[in-house]
Design a protein around this ligand. Structure first.
Ligand code: PMP
Length: 454
């Protein structure tokens, strides 16, 4: 018999700080609920890490997984074409729309970002411009945890730890709309300033050294579902055209319908990115998957001049990954989940705004579709932040879990940019479930406020 070392694989022992209460053991998932071995039914209020777009236990996806595993789970992309890969590429590119012609599949978001970085570099070298290697990104931002992805992630704490091991990449400010640095007073003023700094950075770094600019159109963990202002998106697109650099949208979290359109980019037709990076909801947790979707003019330059894209992993475009993601896309479209996301996103927004109006520590509610966040502050009039030691957002989320809703909390870089609770249930959520989530958040926030004497 193999086994017997009961602690070896425990997530609790390996990742979490000492004295963290033991994590519940999940037995199964169904729809938007997870069930635990101690008999609890928990509503997954953040879709895990905002990944489970279509919900758990979907029979159509499970059958696709079984069928493809039985046919063949694997056929190396270096030796074989597979119909699962071709089918997924076709579906994905057509859902992304005109100008997105090629898709490259890997095992997750960070890997897809790595792949995108190398794709851009290959393109520059293929064009005979080897001086281009920089990617401008934003502070704060999140683009993944591998070293290349981390080099473009705007997170001072991660950079303190890993900075010496990575190339330093230029950062420009993210246009926050809630806590606006003085002397600016409105989101419009501050996002114009962010554009000004982007242009100044392009010029000072030298446009001929830059590959591209990357941003999350609706932020995830790093900014708490910050929605990029319209004029900012348009301005970014114009600057990228002006200086001939590639615009990349990191849609790892926002893609596959999460904001109510297939890509968040589809909300800003006049800011169309050249390349999009996806993961998470694309396979909804049924299998690890990430994708880079690129136009022919980039891929063709590389294939013509370099004899192909020199990058890949063992688990690149495997038939099992592709068949499962293909079934996820079918479910997304056939079950009308993006339409439901728009309707339920409106419900969620008004529910959370009502919670904000009846509490003191919900400073801001923001997001798009079913990608929302509530920012937790000490005083919503002054926007003063809680001391880190209070662990405000964590305590509220713990109280919510005790009431049956699991929520993903993010405290940014030692609290530097704020702390929030992501509210992003699977896209199959119903109106009564949204009401339940709202009630649980309100009760949990009020219980916390009582504890703090507010
Ligand atoms: N980019 C964004 C915007 C993300 O939200 C994430 C994951 N939270 C990643 C990249 C990295 O994805 P993964 O965790 O699958 O490596």
């Amino acid at each position: 018999m193999i086994g017997g070392n009961t602690q070896g694989g425990s997530i609790h022992e390996f990742y979490l700080p000492k004295n963290t209460p033991r994590l519940p053991t999940v037995t199964h998932g169904e729809g938007i609920y997870l069930y635990t071995s101690d008999g609890r039914k928990l509503l997954d209020g953040s879709s895990g890490p905002i990944a489970i777009n279509v919900g758990y236990g979907n029979n159509r996806i499970i059958s696709a997984l079984h069928d493809q595993a039985a046919k063949t789970p694997f056929a190396s992309y270096r030796s074989f074409e597979t119909s699962a890969n071709v089918e997924l590429s076709d579906k994905l590119c057509s859902l992304c729309g005109p100008g997105y012609d090629r898709a490259f599949f890997v095992s997750g978001g960070s890997e897809a970002i790595e792949c995108c970085i190398k794709l851009l570099r290959n393109w520059a070298v293929a064009k005979g411009e080897p001086k281009r290697w920089k990617i401008i990104s934003r502070m704060p931002s999140y683009h993944g945890s591998t070293l290349g992805a981390l080099s473009i992630t705007g997170d001072p704490v991660a950079h303190e730890m890993y900075g010496p091991m990575m190339a330093s990449q230029p950062k420009v400010p993210t246009p926050f709309t809630y806590r606006i640095p003085s002397p600016f007073t409105t989101p419009a003023e501050y996002s114009a300033e962010c554009l000004r700094q982007l242009e100044a950075t392009i010029v000072s770094e030298g446009p001929e050294t830059i590959l591209g600019f990357i941003m999350e159109p609706v932020g995830g963990l790093a900014t708490g579902a910050l929605v990029a202002p319209d004029a900012y998106c348009k301005g970014v697109r114009e600057l990228c055209y002006k200086y001939k650099i590639i615009l990349v949208f990191d849609e790892v979290m926002t893609g596959a319908g999460r904001t109510g359109k297939f890509l968040a980019a589809h909300w800003w037709p006049d800011a169309k990115p050249d390349v999009v990076v996806m993961a998470k909801g694309l396979s909804s947790g049924y299998i690890p998957l990430g994708a880079v979707v690129a136009p022919n003019w980039i891929v063709q330059t590389i294939t013509d001049k370099m004899g192909g894209f020199n990058h890949g992993h063992t688990y690149t475009s495997t038939p099992l990954q592709c068949a499962v993601a293909s079934a996820c896309l079918d479910v997304l479209i056939d079950d009308g989940l993006m339409e439901n996301c728009c309707r339920m996103g409106d419900e969620l927004l008004s529910t959370l705004l009502a919670v904000q109006s009846r509490t003191k520590t919900v400073g801001d509610v923001r997001g798009k579709g079913l990608l929302m966040a509530v920012e937790i502050v000490k005083d919503s009039d002054t926007k003063e932040m809680w001391d880190m030691g209070v662990r405000a957002a964590y305590r509220i989320a713990t109280k919510a879990e005790a009431r049956g809703v699991v929520l993903y909390v993010r405290v940014t870089a030692n609290g530097a940019f704020g702390q929030w609770i992501m509210v992003a249930p699977p896209l199959i959520v119903t109106k009564s479930e949204i009401e339940f989530i709202g009630n649980v958040i309100e009760e949990s926030v009020k219980e916390f406020e009582l504890e703090m004497g507010l």
